[in-house]
Write a protein that binds this ligand. Sequence first.
Ligand code: FES
Ligand SMILES: [Fe+2]
Length: 316
Amino acid sequence: MSDRFPMPPYPQGWYVVAHSAEIPVGQVVPLRRFGQELVAYRGESGEVRVMDAHCPHLGANIGYGGMVRGDDIVCPFHHWRFDRDGRNVDIPYRDTFNRRAQLRAWPVDESNGTVMVWLGHEDEQPTWQVPRLKELDDEAYLPPIPGQSYTIRTHVQEIIENVVDMAHFRYIHGVKGFGALEVVEDGPMLRATAAITFGTPRGLVDGYIENEVWGLGVNFNRPVGLIPTCAIATQTPIEDGLVDFRYTFIVPRKPGTDEPSNASKSFMKDYHFQIEQDIPVWEHKIYRESPKLARGEGAVADLRRWASQFYAKADA
Ligand code: FES
Ligand SMILES: [Fe+2]
């Protein structure tokens, strides 16, 4: 645990490790996540696999120079081959293989234009799933559009705390007003709907900012009442105190084209701008365990109680 945050750095849940588009068929990608070295690759069937990166033979990092063969991966150092479950299936200079040589294969879920892995407590298998967005089955929407990614000095829970922080929408993001906050919890899901007054070229518009978060890694962010768009904001621990933050857009197309509509384009531009407003705060703030709050700001305590389910009992 770092000095900066009292929470353990790696809460349970699904975490995005890459945009789908970053891992084409045959591509091998080295990753550092959860304080560990991992390797992701897309096999010839199109399936993405994520494994521990260091070879059980003599320890090469397979992310640097590894090769995809079918749905298997081959280590660059002595060409040992591992199947989709990480089992050694070939040693090219022997007529047998080593049954005990195994790479750990992580549970992977590729959806919504992202590649997610499951981080469980002590090898626990997934106990819940992140839903696939219904917009992706609607012809009016484009396929997911990858946005920018950032490396930020923070903790994943700090980013999620933003969703119940009504006042920051005004003072950081410049919305014209804020009203009530409604929070619904359902197991690993928390949906915060914030009543917001947006300033638009047409004048003031009353609407909502809806944040539907799944664990501490994935946030579906929708401005309700403006245009029907979704930004998937995701945060993944790289190591203690360092987070990979990235976003993906699901937006309507300009009818009859493969281009975003003009409203979608301005949503994406504006969203990017807003993220850049949040980042300096996230990087430099401290975590107050007992914050002094204004009236009506109790939701931060509720969110922290909800978030505690993702920390192992022994961690909490
Ligand atoms: S270190 Fe990987 S095959 Fe030898
Ligand atoms: Fe924010």
